[in-house]
Design a binder for this molecule. Structure first.
Ligand SMILES: [Zn+2]
Length: 243
């Protein structure tokens, strides 16, 4: 069930304690893909994973509203990219989890679609868990599935969007995205990334060749991610509290 589409009495009567919280980013994904890729993928996986889990479980998982802006200053040179500071993001997501927990939704899986959010999510989920406010873990879909090099606006994400929202993918711009893009993320020397902003190493904003992959690959990524999330929800629901 969706929290935002339910009434407060529905939430009260549902007697649920498990919530999924989709988190993404609004940031450039090359000239061919929409700025909302990271929160659209996270939201779709959160909804489907919760649905699959709820079919088998005694109580439904509640899908919380999506948080669409994350840690993405690295894409600031590309128009439309939005970001908040790491501190703001950590506080915002943590306090959102605390409000879920206030209503008894105190087992939370944060479903993430953006690499830049990973470290902060791990930290804030650890904080609320150690504080005994909630048991929370972050799930980043592309860490859960067998993707080739993840890239950025590359084959995996572009294929996912070809499956999820094909009308938002501009196939006629993928060649330019690849030609003015990069093969890998950053410029590395002795294990050190010399760059901070993506514009330093990709002119189109893309990393990886979006001409590779298709809607079928996108569907596979979606299916695998949703199954992995349903499985994780079961583990989070049944796991004894760490404290
Ligand atoms: Zn992305």
């Amino acid at each position: 069930m969706h929290l935002a589409e339910s009434s407060w009495t529905d939430i009260r009567d549902a007697d649920a304690d498990l919530a999924v919280l989709p988190v993404g980013s609004t940031e450039q994904h090359g000239p061919h893909a929409p700025l909302g890729v990271d929160f659209m993928t996270a939201e779709a996986i959160a909804e489907e994973g919760a649905k699959r889990y709820s079919e088998e479980a005694p109580n439904e998982a509640v899908v919380a509203p999506t948080i669409p802006v994350g840690i993405a200053e690295e894409h600031r040179d590309f128009e439309g990219t939005l970001w908040v500071s790491e501190d703001t993001f950590r506080s915002y997501v943590r306090e959102t989890i605390e409000s879920l927990a206030h209503h008894g939704l105190d087992r939370v899986v944060v479903v993430n679609g953006h690499g830049g959010n990973v470290d902060a999510l791990r930290e804030l989920c650890g904080r609320v868990t150690r504080d005994e406010t909630a048991y929370a873990v972050p799930f980043t879909w592309f860490d859960a599935v067998a993707t080739e090099e993840m890239g950025h606006g590359g084959p995996a994400e572009t294929s996912f969007m070809r499956y999820l929202r094909p009308e938002l993918v501009h196939e006629d711009r993928t060649e330019a995205a690849a030609e003015d893009g990069a093969d890998s993320w950053g410029e590395w020397l002795h294990g050190t990334n010399l760059t901070y902003d993506s514009a330093e190493f990709t002119d189109s904003g893309a990393v990886g060749d979006p001409r590779n992959g298709d809607a079928e690959l996108g569907e596979e990524l979606f299916e695998e991610s949703a199954d992995a999330l349903a499985d994780l929800l079961d583990a989070v629901e049944t796991r004894a509290r760490p404290n």
